[in-house]
Design a protein around this ligand. Structure first.
Ligand code: GLY
Length: 393
């Protein structure tokens, strides 16, 4: 492919070499199944910006809400597949989606803290694979906008927008740890330390206010946007205040190890390990992840996305450690991924999605359906094991 890869964060150990021949063969087999399915799905899904499926068919958010936080993940899947196979269909789909997101980039109301999710998976991925100035420009504009959400009094990045009344001006959310890599990328690209300063100041605040003593994490932390003082926490998409929304745990787990990869600041790795240890200790016997580790005992709702995202983070932690510590994280990731593959993957070629039983939020009306980011992170985790990953974050 004549590959150019720009600004890759450094991993100490090669994961495919660490996992042993049996797990490596399994990962190769799963990767083969993903490629076989996605070639068919990519062909019939041209022109779409999928979020979920309806009767097994991808929906399309092009007109519904081009600014939705998940709109980059289909592009990310396409770039990962293109990186692994060189099939042109993936590149075409990814480029089409990247261009569509320009409508979001031109909408102030549509720009929130989720720029990492949207442009690292699209324009920046394209640029890392040799894409030109237009893609780089998109990535830098998105990074500038994200940096502009920094609240200097509280040293945090504002998460969501509101209707202009400032009611969410002091809200930060744990998911934002996954958006920081856009700032690290911009810093590495143009060597302006403001991007690094803002990202690390937010990560330091998140370490202090999001991660609890036991390694669990809050979803939302509210600060006074004027003084920067801590106000309170909110349960957000989890069961309630003080609960443990599993996707939030996985954003913290993966997000902190990513901040470590970019900065080599030891405390970020230690925080990632603390969250990971808590996550591992709470994996149910079944290996399937609930929506909230503290949901009522008679509630069996699951979220496969949390398992897929946590697997990515666990693998990255493992990639930084030596045995015997490494094995703890590797084994946990492999257990989650094998469980997803055996029990929650839909391998039917006539169905567009991969992962079943994903949940957006505990108190939503609808639970346990397909979500595009579940598919993205499952694919990314498998690619980490086969060595085919384009490092997006
Ligand atoms: N970042 C939003 C979510 O995880 O649902």
């Amino acid at each position: 492919m004549g590959e150019i890869v720009r600004n890759q964060a450094v991993r100490y150990y090669s994961l495919p070499e660490c996992i042993g021949p049996e797990a490596a063969a399994w990962a190769e087999e799963v990767a083969g199944k993903i490629k076989a399915k996605l070639l068919v799905v990519a062909e019939r899904s041209q022109g779409k910006v999928p979020f979920t499926t309806v009767d097994g068919v991808f929906d399309d958010w092009t007109e519904k809400n081009i600014s939705w936080w998940t709109n980059g993940f289909w592009g990310g899947m396409m770039w990962q597949l293109y990186h692994a196979t060189g099939e042109e269909i993936y590149r075409r789909n990814a480029l089409e989606l990247e261009e569509k997101l320009d409508r979001n980039l031109m909408s102030a109301a549509g720009m929130d803290h989720d720029s990492g999710f949207k442009w690292l998976t699209t324009a920046v991925a394209d640029y890392r694979l040799g894409g030109g100035e237009v893609s780089r420009n998109r990535g830098l504009l998105a990074a500038d906008n994200l940096a502009g959400r920094f609240n200097p009094a509280g040293r945090f990045l504002r998460a969501w927008n509101d209707n202009g009344d400032g009611s969410r001006a002091g809200w930060a959310i744990v998911d934002c740890m996954m958006n920081l890599p856009l700032l690290y990328w911009a810093y590495e690209e143009i060597k302006d330390p403001r991007f690094l300063q803002i990202a690390t100041m937010h990560a330091d605040t998140a370490q202090k206010y999001f991660v609890r003593e036991d390694g669990s994490a809050n979803h939302i932390v509210e600060f006074d946007p004027v003084t920067g003082d801590f106000v309170r926490t909110h349960g957000g998409q989890g069961y309630g205040e003080g609960s443990s929304w599993t996707r939030g745990q996985s954003w913290a787990l993966y997000g902190f190890v990513l901040s470590y990869l970019h900065t080599k600041e030891e405390s970020y790795l230690n925080t990632a390990k603390r969250v990971a240890n808590y996550f591992i200790a709470n994996i149910p016997e079944s290996g399937l992840i609930p929506v909230d580790f503290r949901q009522p005992v008679d509630c069996s709702l699951e979220d496969s996305t949390a398992a897929a995202i946590a697997s990515c983070g666990l693998l990255e932690i493992a990639g930084q450690l030596e045995e015997p510590e490494r094995g703890v994280y590797l084994r946990a990731a492999l257990r989650l991924l094998r469980t997803l593959e055996q029990k929650r993957c839909n391998w039917d070629l006539s169905c567009d999605h991969l992962l079943e039983k994903c949940t957006s939020a505990f108190h939503d009306q609808k639970h346990e359906f397909a979500l595009i980011y579940g598919d993205y992170f499952f694919l990314e985790a498998i690619w980490k094991l086969t060595g085919e990953e384009l490092f997006i974050w």
